[in-house]
Design a protein around this ligand. Sequence first.
Ligand SMILES: CC(C)(COP(=O)(O)OP(=O)(O)OC[C@H]1O[C@@H](n2cnc3c(N)ncnc32)[C@H](O)[C@@H]1OP(=O)(O)O)[C@@H](O)C(=O)NCCC(=O)NCCS
Length: 149
Amino acid sequence: MKRVAMLGIKHLEQCLILETRSDPHPWGRDNWLRSLRDDHCLGLWEGTELLAISCYCLVLDEVSLLNIVVDADSRGQGVGRRLLTEGLEWMQQFGGARCLLEVRLSNTVARSLYSALGFAEDGIRKNYYPLGDGFEHAVLMSADLPLGG
Ligand SMILES: CC(C)(COP(=O)(O)OP(=O)(O)OC[C@H]1O[C@@H](n2cnc3c(N)ncnc32)[C@H](O)[C@@H]1OP(=O)(O)O)[C@@H](O)C(=O)NCCC(=O)NCCS
């Protein structure tokens, strides 16, 4: 049975293994260490296997989605949808009333996930992400919480 649970520093190595396997633009050790320590990080587990990770931070009533990665072998099965939905429900407990995020313009799968959950595209941040020897635009998206409410 799958379950969503908080992640902490003790899960650092599992997060690094998952993102190295599955994220084309990995955060790396220092960012994970900081986020596991300072942010709200949640994982979706099946037994002892970590299938997906997501991190959020909260400023006043605004939640920022910092990262979400589903293991490459577990995609297309509703894992990302479930983790983000439950993650944002989790953040509402702490006062989150709106969620903001940035996503690479070329990341059509993630943009589709966010749209399917009710996020609207608010604009473009030009040349935001490094890409090879150039840069890529970010799409800014937001949704009121609860999702679909
Ligand atoms: C983006 C990501 C988190 C999606 O996770 P997932 O578990 O595969 O997604 P789900 O199975 O929950 O699908 C939810 C929705 O996403 C979209 N989606 C998922 N896979 C898709 C695909 N291959 N093509 C198009 N849309 C897709 C659909 O809208 C889907 O809704 P539907 O099932 O009703 O059609 C995953 O692909 C991932 O980890 N990518 C690499 C890291 C990344 O890009 N993170 C986002 C950073 S902003």
